[in-house]
Design a protein around this ligand. Sequence first.
Ligand code: PMP
Length: 406
Amino acid sequence: MKYDIQKMRSYFPVLKQEVYGRPLIYFDNAASTQKPVQVLMAQERLQNDYYGNIHRAAHYMADKATGDFETARDEVKNFINAENREEIIFTKGTTESINLVAASFGEQFLTPGSEIIVSEMEHHSNLVPWQINALRKGAKIVKLPISESGELQTGLLPELISSKTKLIAVAHVSNVLGTVNPVAQIIETAHKRDVPVFVDGAQAVPHIQVDVQSLDADFYAFSAHKMYGSNGVGVLYGKRKWLEQMPPYQGGGEMISEVSFEKTTFSEIPYKFEAGTPNITGVIAFSEAIKLLRETGIDNIAAWEQELLRYATEQLKAIDGLRIYGEAPHKSGVISFNIAGIHPFDLGTMLDKAGVAVRTGHHCADPLMNFYNIPGTVRASFALYNTKEEIDNFIKALKKVAQMLA
Ligand code: PMP
């Protein structure tokens, strides 16, 4: 299939705008992607035509909204090839998905002296919730270290796993380095010792094929806003066998079976974990984002983004004093770099004035910044609508800015 980039860009009207009189080049996709008209229209359709609270009322509006909400669950299930729709829980984002498992799995399975293995390259979202709940239960976090090239030292896993290990938490793709971690291999190693694995897939699902059954992941989390959907919507996939053993994360409407003043029994999964009114509009519009990814084909998107990655990396490497962090052979379209003697924040601010949106700072990955002994990086991250011309203009602007700041 030929990748029709112009057609793809036409779905994203926001890309046509200028900032500071320059055409917008949006390279902050790892933070959040822009939304296509399909998603924006779905949001509007719901609000204009049939908005109602889901699962509760016996009237047309609620019924139609409920139907579309549950269709979104099926879309997600099929997209990541989960075995059962009940294994798909809607949350408000990856962060909430991780907190849910850290609190609920933690409550059920952690005891004093338990250990959770967490990698050194994690986003704070996949570290802090484990720390909080480990502290509650007297458990300990064990580090899975990385190497200078930004790869996990998975060879150490057999000795890090012990009878105390209750879970391994790891990113599928690093939000800073772009490293695609060998999660299938990690899961296989862990399962040989009966240890479940939680995969933070926030940076993976929009960019590479994810099949939770073939990975054999126990838990898998991601956010709609990083995959062309609305913010405030996330997914937690969990194997039925775990979710059914875990206590509710929050109490409230929708997650109950029967309530008396003295006692409550809880709903079945997934509803047991969906307390309160969810982001109905966002979830329903999420269907459209997934449809776009599905119809374009993740493999086609991956091939396009790999070409952008290769093209940008080559040109960046030719710039004097520029260092790229993360040189794993298998990367997604994320490039973090610094130029010797220039603070990343200054580079980012000046690039912004040239119309280029990049991210600067620690990217919510302080342990990783500590590993490289740097305060932060500049990060350019690509999406399905970016082009080589944008990369050319970004490189031109970067060279000019670097000269001015040197
Ligand atoms: N994990 C990773 C790898 C991420 O990149 C992010 C977002 N930067 C998160 C977790 C948190 O996602 P959210 O803010 O959508 O909850």
